[in-house]
Design a protein around this ligand. Structure first.
Ligand code: ZN
Length: 515
């Protein structure tokens, strides 16, 4: 179709009209103006990059391009080419800068709530079990189950951690991951720990919703094995790292309970048992690949018995969930982008963001854009900045080298500085070839300036400088982005409240109407 960009070409000088910047952008404009999209979807996949603010996207996109031998700035992460996007306001009801529990509760229930609580409304008192009753919210995962769809929850964090737990649990405190984490008063008042709620999901939902008959979560994969096993070495997994892997004080082995409940299901805990699952015949898959969080993507090769990547977990989940002709709702969290930032390791945060991009691409490749809505978003941002005036193609993890220069540009204190950095946190540490960003927590606080003249700031073990000393770098309060493709994605635009994410899912799947 002819559009105005071509009509104007005759009056433009050739260095303008023939410029690839001009012709590429004109061609892209045409693709954006001809797209039409249906509104109802069979399946929805929601990807959440925990802590994946806009500066993280920009830096990850540049790092991805530079790892592929390009200048970097001109590329896109897989989901950045999706046709629809919006900016999302992330605040919690009681917090200007939010946490993952309140934000994921908003995305899963359509209702904003307080920081630190899961699947409960704002009248909850954090930490007070007696205020849970009457404040429970129903999540999109639960509604999809009631509708007869298949459901999946994946995270590289502990599966009992805030973001994944907000999809299935109701808790006055995000930290009640197992009974050993709960105050006695909460247990005596009848509150159930988060791991137990995961294994009892089917029974709890049927008890909560009259006349409902659901078959339970179909695919669950992540870390956090410790909350499912008794505090007894006899229950250690074969790849346990701690002398006693489990944390439970009530003696329950929740992995055994799950296997009893779903005898045809597959419980897996390492790469080989994951690989052995045949997705074409599997009905239920429960994977707990680490005692605590799964590894950072850059550190995954060091895992004792191996663990699958986010991309591998996403692909297997889609293959299993596809077995249900009624469709599925899959929630995928990249949990460790957030942890990399908290540790002040841009390398870790960005390499995990690139892996999320890979997982989204795998989902794009495995689904039909006419029937599957894919949304990619974050829960909140981080105080992570891209600073100074580095020249085009300057290593994103490097020191600022100005346009026309070959040597790093010194700041007013006579020392070079990095392009990316943090407003607060533990500050500069050079751990060399270390690939576990969390190793920094034993090193103490070194906020403030350091002489980086002889430091390799692009190494995996480099932790960026920070201005304000804190025990951990913090979340940030500015908006994050939402990217969407597929049926219903056209409703994603403008600046929206985070609880709108639930309503986008509900619009596409009609979760509240019958089949
Ligand atoms: Zn965080």
């Amino acid at each position: 179709m002819a559009i105005a960009t071509h009509a104007a070409a005759a009056v433009l000088p050739s260095n303008q009209s023939n410029s690839p910047w001009y012709t590429d952008a004109a061609a892209t404009t045409e693709t954006k103006t001809t797209a039409t999209t249906p509104t109802k979807a069979k399946n929805v996949i929601l990807f959440v990059g925990d802590g994946m603010g806009v500066s993280t996207l920009t830096a990850a996109r540049i790092l991805q391009g530079q790892q592929n031998g390009n200048s970097g700035e001109e590329g896109y992460l897989s989901f950045e080419t999706f046709p629809h996007s919006a900016l999302v306001k992330t605040y919690n009801v009681d917090a200007q800068t939010p946490d993952s529990a309140g934000t994921m509760t908003a995305m899963m229930s359509g209702v904003k709530s307080d920081a630190g609580v899961l699947g409960v409304a704002e009248n909850i008192v954090r930490g007070d079990c007696t205020t849970v009753s009457g404040n429970e919210l129903i999540t999109a995962i639960e509604l999809a189950e009631i509708k007869g769809m298949s459901t999946g929850i994946i995270s590289t964090a502990r599966i009992t951690h805030a973001t994944p737990a907000a999809a299935y649990a109701k808790s006055a405190d995000r930290n009640w991951e197992d009974d050993g984490d709960m105050p006695t008063a909460a247990k005596e008042a009848g509150c159930e720990d988060i791991a137990s709620q995961l294994v009892n999901f089917e029974a709890n939902l049927e008890a909560r919703i009259a006349n409902s008959d659901v078959d339970g979560l179909d695919v669950v994969m992540g870390g956090g094995r410790r909350s499912f096993l008794p505090k007894d070495a006899a229950f250690n997994s074969s790849d346990a790292l701690s002398s006693v892997e489990g944390d439970r004080t009530d003696g329950r082995d929740l992995t055994a309970e799950w296997k009893t409940r779903y005898p045809a299901g597959n419980y897996v805990f390492d790469q080989s048992s994951f690989d052995a699952v045949d997705a074409s015949t599997a009905s239920k898959l429960f994977g707990l690949f680490n005692e605590s969080h799964m590894q950072y993507e850059q550190d995954r090769g060091n895992d004792v018995a191996g663990e699958p990547s986010l991309t591998q977990m996403t692909s297997k989940a889609i293959d299993i969930l596809n077995n249900n002709s009624k469709g599925y709702l899959l929630v995928v969290e990249s949990g460790r982008i957030d942890h990399g930032h908290h540790a002040g390791s841009a390398y870790s945060a960005l390499t995990d963001a690139i892996e999320l991009s890979n997982a989204v691409q795998a989902a794009v490749d495995a689904t039909n854009p006419e029937e599957t809505l894919i949304m990619v978003t974050a829960d909140h941002s981080h105080v992570f900045t891209i600073a100074g005036y580095p020249k085009r193609g300057n290593p994103i993890l490097g020191k600022v080298v100005a346009v026309g220069e070959t040597e790093p540009t010194n700041a007013a204190d006579g020392m070079p500085y990095t392009t990316v950095g943090y407003t607060n946190g533990l500050g500069f540490h050079d751990l060399g070839a270390e690939t576990d960003a969390d190793a920094v927590y034993s090193k103490g606080n070194q906020a403030g300036r350091a002489d980086l003249g002889s430091v390799d700031t692009e190494s995996s073990g480099f932790h960026q400088e920070a201005l304000i000393p804190l025990g951990s770098e913090t979340h940030a309060g500015e908006d994050i982005s939402l990217h969407a493709r597929g049926p219903g994605s056209q409703f994603v635009h403008g600046v929206i409240e985070q609880n709108m994410v639930f309503h986008m899912i509900n619009q596409a799947l009609d979760l509240l109407t019958g089949e």
